[in-house]
Ligand binder design. Structure first.
Ligand code: ADP
Ligand code: MG
Length: 323
């Protein structure tokens, strides 16, 4: 089957019939952005063997490729609108079952996250690995996008849920740990859940936000740097999922790996002290297991992680790459 048949049969339905896509029969799509909104745009690429394992299920690849992009929009306080889907197929015959499963999973996520595919590109590469790149387009009321650089000295750091699961899931797969013991962590590694749906709350309360893709410490540091501040993280305030708790008790994962592992896709929000309680209630109403994990401080304080006895943890022991 050639490129045009694939587009017609498998990609066209993903436009959800949006008029500006002209059934993918034009060179580009025309998007009608609501009055008073501006566009937020972000891209992420997943390469076989780097971002997902060889032989990974097409449904998981599809969901992960879309969702990591939706997570970036969520951290900006933007509502997802549409996405562009760029696929480079490896140099072998195209497996129609694979494409059917891949696009079937995207169709489900279209419905779940209220988005559609507005176009893309289909190519072949002279290599034996698949590459998927998605560009997500979101909308936000003019001037209200939440940036990384808006945190203020004293802002409390709130996380929309516990971390460590994705790192544990990856490790369980790589090291062949019993998958039954870590099934939720493995699922979270394979198919993250972006925090779509709380964008109004994020815009209303967060001075700054980021999603956790590089690791909790790295992403807190990104906000601190951009805002000219320091950070204090208090490990005593952390709670973990059942899988991570079990992993810690059985030395399957360490605190360092939890703090430095990426791909959890929870949001970190910088919030002024007086808004904390009302924000926590709002997040709870959205069925999130939010946590208060520390605060942004004067830059002179630097970057501190305190353990259960309020003792400072040495960064070298955390394998912290910035030091
Ligand atoms: P051109 O050659 O003019 O760039 P293409 O043949 O690449 O056009 O694409 C034709 C149409 O199909 C365009 O509307 C494009 O957005 C869409 N399209 C191509 N590949 C994909 C894809 N992987 N997913 C969704 N839409 C696609
Ligand atoms: Mg093209």
């Amino acid at each position: 089957m050639d490129e045009f048949e694939i587009i017609e049969r498998y990609f066209r339905p993903l436009t959800n019939g949006y008029g500006g896509c002209a059934d993918l029969c034009d060179d580009a799509a025309v998007l009608d952005i609501p009055d008073g909104y501006e566009v937020v745009v972000t891209s992420d690429t997943l390469n076989e063997g780097v971002h997902f394992m060889r032989g990974e299920a097409p449904e998981n690849i599809a969901c992960k490729a879309l969702r990591v992009n939706l997570s970036d929009l969520a951290s900006m306080g933007a509502r997802p609108f549409s996405y562009q889907l760029n696929i480079a197929f490896p140099d072998k015959p195209i497996d129609e079952d694979w494409i059917s499963a891949f696009t079937g999973a995207l169709a489900k996520d279209n419905a779940k996250f209220h988005v559609f595919c507005s176009g893309g590109d289909t190519t072949r590469i002279h290599a034996d690995c698949l590459s998927i790149s998605i560009t997500a387009i979101g909308v936000v009321p003019k001037g209200q996008a939440v940036r990384r650089n808006g945190a203020k000295d004293g802002d409390v750091i709130i996380m929309t849920g516990p971390v460590g699961d994705a790192a544990l899931g990856l490790k369980a797969l790589q090291e062949g740990l019993d998958p039954k013991l870590y099934s939720n962590a493995i699922t979270r590694h394979r198919v993250p859940v972006p925090r779509v749906g709380i964008e109004e709350v994020v815009r209303q309360y967060a001075h700054a936000a980021a999603d956790i893709s590089d690791g909790l410490l790295a992403d807190c540091m990104n906000i601190a740097r951009a805002s000219g501040l320091g950070v204090e993280i208090d490990m005593q305030k952390f709670e973990f999922s059942k899988d991570v708790q079990y992993g810690l008790e059985n030395n399957a994962i360490s605190y360092e790996e939890i703090l430095c592992g990426g791909d959890d896709y929870e949001l970190i929000l910088a919030v002024k002290e007086s808004s904390v309680n009302v924000l926590l209630e709002e997040l709870q109403e959205n069925k999130l297991n939010q946590l208060v994990i520390g605060r942004f401080t004067d830059s002179k304080v630097g970057f501190r992680v305190l353990n259960s006895g309020s003792h400072r943890i040495d960064f070298k022991s955390l394998g912290w790459k910035h030091f």
